[in-house]
Each structure stands twice: as structure tokens, then as C-alpha cells.
Design a protein around this ligand. Structure first.
Ligand SMILES: Cc1ncc(COP(=O)(O)O)c(C=O)c1O
Length: 482
């Protein structure tokens, strides 16, 4: 983040004013009109400076819960003993690589440790280029893979608003079966979307260009909480491999048991699918800056063959590895993967009930604790209900629930909470959302009745969503955690 330069002497209000802010406006806060000052976190809750408790539905970095005591203790104890770079022998790095390898297919047996998801994807790109001797990259539309220059170049979500698409980057359609090219009524959406990649690969080759890698999030999140149809990755991998490229699965948002059914989201595609490179970040260190690239011996050997060392000052330090092991311990001990499957399934059921009740909900999709609620203007066009989604997010915050939106239309409410999110939390969230949507619908209905009356009110008399926001607080079914 941005708030680490120097301290504004005049307190928070001045700090937030443009004339004093010590950081660039490129750095954004959640809820910019009414930002939160969070001072403490525990489990799935965050606490502001007045002690108000917020239910965190979006922090997939605090994977096993904010400030989990086992993870905090592991970091503290290792910090007291030693924290240095990985140029010495140390048990932690070996133990950690061993533990990670137990979660992955056998073929992915070489590990590089780094500090952020962006570093992991940048290294994945270097590995792919060295191994294949090729340069070009195929990515999914709307993808985000990180903030380094190399990754902005392969992130349509960013480059479209910056320098545009480089000649070595090629964009395949997002396999979105709700709003994309091939939808839920298509007999074989996986095959149809993979054929799009095949066509793209052919056209790249016709131009004499060579593909180093296909990058995809195993479940595209910035793209709108998308669940690619099973079998899509296998077919894509065939086309990419035939062109001499490798398949990179970005698990930075969705790995480590979040999907419940499997430890890695790419495994949803089928047990026969194994990427050539897997990148990990965010949840891997529960907030501590850790990241990892896992790959095959063949890819690693090609990288070694350059003779140039790979050195990363902080990556793989004894503290980072202790933290990584502690996160895996908690996942196992608290059986959080199974928990994500059951609570996520329950939340999906509750949200499906909301969909049956509120026409603004066009689609509820997800798996485990990775869920999207797609808000639409109307069922026929599926036009994104962006303003309404923002309104819901802001009303949820008034009700002490932290949510946010994703997708190109910024209309998909995303759920990716810490994995300790409970069934009671799910009930509370669904009930609060129900109350907010019911209230919103009632207001819209009364406005329409007014307009339909003879000599009825002008459109301006309808409350805007902004005006609706100043309505009294809504109390959903469960307890409000104050
Ligand atoms: C899918 C994906 N890949 C990569 C990154 C980059 O990770 P980091 O911000 O740790 O550099 C992000 C961050 O949001 C991400 O969502």
C-alpha cells in the first residue's frame, strides 16, 4: 500500500485531505467517501477504532483467520531465533517445500519462494520463456496477474486503461457461462471456449509468433468470480503444448483449500489436469508476505541452464517458511478445507433462495468459499446492475458487513472470506442482503406507482440510490455484531 511514507502531523482528517496526503491518488481505500480505520482483526472479524465489529466477507489473504494465534506465534518464535536469507541450510525451507509438495501432483516438485503474487507470476513468465525459448503469452480477457510492468502487460484488466495490448500478448475470451460467448444453454461450453483458444493459437502461429505460456487464474476472480467449465483447461493445455508453450495456473486468490472440494482450484477441472507451473500468494502466508512458484524439474532445469543465479533477498526466509508451515498446520488441524465446502455450500443455498426472491440477482455461482452474486438490470439483457451493486455494498457496510464487487461491470458481489467464516455468518449475511434488496425494491415500486398515477410524479421524485442510502439502518435476521 501507499500509507507508509511519513505521518501527517494533523491527524486522520487532514491525512485524508488531498493537500496533505503523503501518497498518490492512484492508491485507493475501500469505501472512499467514508473510509474505515481498522485497528484489530480476529478470525473473520475486523474492528474499527471505536471497537465496532465488522464481518469480513472478502479478505482471502487472512486465509485461516485474521491474526491466527498459531501463525502469529510461529512468526514470533522464528523471529526470535533467526531471520536471514536462504543462502544457508535451514530446516524450515526444506520442511515447507516438503509440506507443499504433499498437496500438489507429483510432477510439480520444484519450489521457488518469493514475497508477493506479482513476483511469483513474473518468475513464472521468466521460467516459461527460458523453458520454451518462446516469448508470447495468451491470457484470458479481464484477467489480472499483478502490478509489475511484465504483468500489467498480460493483464487486460489493467493494460486496456494504460498503454494497450502489446504485440506479444493475445487475449482469449473469458469462459464465462453466464455472460460470455457460450452460456449455460450451450451443449459443450468447455469445448467451445477451448476452440476459441485453438483459433487464437493458430492465428498467432500464422503470424510467425511463438507462444511461451498460457496464463489463467484457476477461477478468474477480477473477471467476475467465474467458474470455468470442467475440461476447459485440459483442452487449452493441449493447444498450448502443441504450440510449444506451458500452462501457468495462477492460484494466488483461489488456492489452499478455498474451493473446498480440492486443495487447488485447478483440480476442479479434473484429476487428469496438471499445470506446468503453479503460482501462489495472498493466502499462503495469512498476511505475511510469502509467495511461491511450483514447477516441474524440466522447467527448472532449463532455467538453471542459463547459469544465472536466482536470488531473492527475503524469499524463503526462515520466518516466511515458518509462517507458511503454520498456515498449512491450521488448515489441517481445523479442517478448514472441509469447512469451506460445507459453509460455502450452505451460503450458496441461502443465496440461491435470495435469487428466487429478488429478480435483481441474475446468477449465483461459486464453489466452496469463492462465490459471486451477479446483479442485473433485467433478465433478458443481463445488463450489469453496477449502481445497485455499489448501493448494496454500501448498505451492507452500514450493517457491519464488508463486501465488494468484481467483474468488468463491477456488478458481481464477491464472497471470499477468511476460511473460518461460519454458518451463522452465512445466515446473517443472507438475511441482511434480503432486507436491503427488499427495501430497495419497495422504494422502486412505490416510485413506479407514483409515476403511474394520473398526473403522476415526475421521474425526479423517485429516490435515487444515494437518497435511499440515508434510509434507516436495516436489521437482517441474525444478530448484528456491534
Ligand atoms: C490473481 C492474482 N494474481 C496476482 C496478483 C498479484 O499479487 P500481489 O498483489 O501479491 O503482488 C493478484 C493480486 O491481487 C491476483 O489477484
Amino acid at each position: 500500500g501507499c500509507y507508509c511514507g511519513w505521518t501527517c502531523p494533523l491527524g486522520l482528517q487532514t491525512w485524508l485531505s488531498p493537500s496533505c496526503r503523503p501518497c498518490s491518488d492512484s492508491c485507493r481505500l475501500f469505501y472512499p467517501e467514508d473510509p474505515l480505520k481498522i485497528v484489530r482483526g480476529q478470525g473473520q472479524y475486523l474492528y474499527d477504532e471505536q471497537g465496532a465489529e465488522y464481518l469480513d466477507c472478502i479478505n482471502n489473504v487472512a486465509h485461516v483467520g485474521h491474526c491466527h494465534p498459531h501463525v502469529v506465534r510461529a512468526a514470533h518464535e522464528q523471529n526470535q531465533a533467526l531471520n536471514t536469507n536462504s543462502r544457508y541450510l535451514h530446516d524450515n525451507i526444506v520442511d515447507y517445500a516438503q509440506r507443499l509438495s504433499e498437496t500438489l501432483p507429483e510432477k510439480l516438485c520444484v519450489f521457488y519462494f518469493l514475497n508477493s503474487g506479482s513476483e511469483a507470476n513474473d518468475l513464472a513468465l521468466r521460467l516459461a520463456r527460458k523453458y520454451t525459448g518462446h516469448w508470447d503469452v495468451v491470457v484470458l480477457d479481464h484477467a489480472y496477474h499483478g502490478h509489475l510492468s511484465s504483468l500489467i502487460d498480460i493483464s487486460p484488466y489493467k493494460f486496456r486503461d494504460l498503454d494497450g495490448q502489446k504485440e506479444w500478448v493475445h487475449v482469449a475470451p473469458l469462459p464465462d457461462t453466464y455472460r460470455g460467448l457460450y452460456r449455460e444453454d450451450h451443449p459443450n461450453p468447455a469445448g467451445a471456449y477451448a476452440s476459441e483458444v485453438e483459433r487464437l493459437v493458430n492465428s498467432i502461429q500464422e503470424k510467425g509468433r511463438k507462444i511461451a505460456a498460457f496464463f489463467a487464474e484457476s477461477l478468474p476472480s477480477v473477471g467476475g468470480q467465474i467458474i470455468p467449465p470442467a475440461g476447459f483447461f485440459q483442452e487449452v493445455a493441449e493447444h498450448i503444448h502443441r504450440a510449444g508453450g506451458v500452462f501457468v495456473a495462477d492460484e494466488i486468490q483461489v488456492g489452499f483449500g478455498r474451493v473446498g472440494k480440492h486443495f487447488w482450484a485447478f483440480q476442479l477441472q479434473g484429476q487428469d489436469f496438471v499445470p506446468d507451473i503453479v503460482t501462489m500468494g495472498k493466502s499462503i502466508g495469512n498476511g505475511h508476505p510469502v509467495a511461491c512458484v511450483a514447477t516441474t524439474r524440466a522447467v527448472a532445469r532449463a532455467f538453471e541452464a542459463t547459469g544465472v543465479e536466482y536470488f531473492n533477498t527475503f524469499g524463503g526466509s526462515p520466518v516466511s517458511c515458518a509462517v507458511g508451515v503454520a498456515v498449512l498446520d491450521v488448515l489441517e488441524r481445523e479442517q478448514l478445507q472441509a469447512h469451506a465446502a460445507s459453509v460455502g455450500g450452505f451460503l450458496m443455498e441461502l443465496l440461491e433462495q435470495q435469487k428466487a426472491k429478488h429478480p435483481i440477482i441474475g446468477d449465483v455461482r461459486g464453489i466452496g468459499l469463492f462465490i459471486g452474486v451477479d446483479l442485473i438490470k433485467d433478465g433478458a439483457t443481463r445488463t450489469p446492475a453496477t449502481e445497485e451493486a455499489n448501493y448494496v455494498v454500501s448498505r451492507m457496510k452500514e450493517n457491519y458487513i464488508l463486501l465488494s464487487t468484481d467483474g468488468p461491470g463491477r456488478n458481481v458481489l464477491k464472497f471470499k472470506p477468511p476460511m473460518c467464516f461460519s454458518a451463522d455468518n452465512a445466515r446473517h449475511v443472507a438475511a441482511t442482503m434480503d432486507a436491503i434488496l427488499t427495501d430497495m425494491e419497495e422504494k422502486v415500486r412505490s416510485c413506479e406507482t407514483l409515476r403511474l398515477q394520473p398526473g403522476g410524479g415526475p421521474a425526479e421524485r423517485c429516490p435515487s440510490l444515494e437518497e435511499m442510502k440515508s434510509a434507516p439502518q436495516i436489521h437482517g435476521g441474525g444478530d448484528l455484531q456491534l
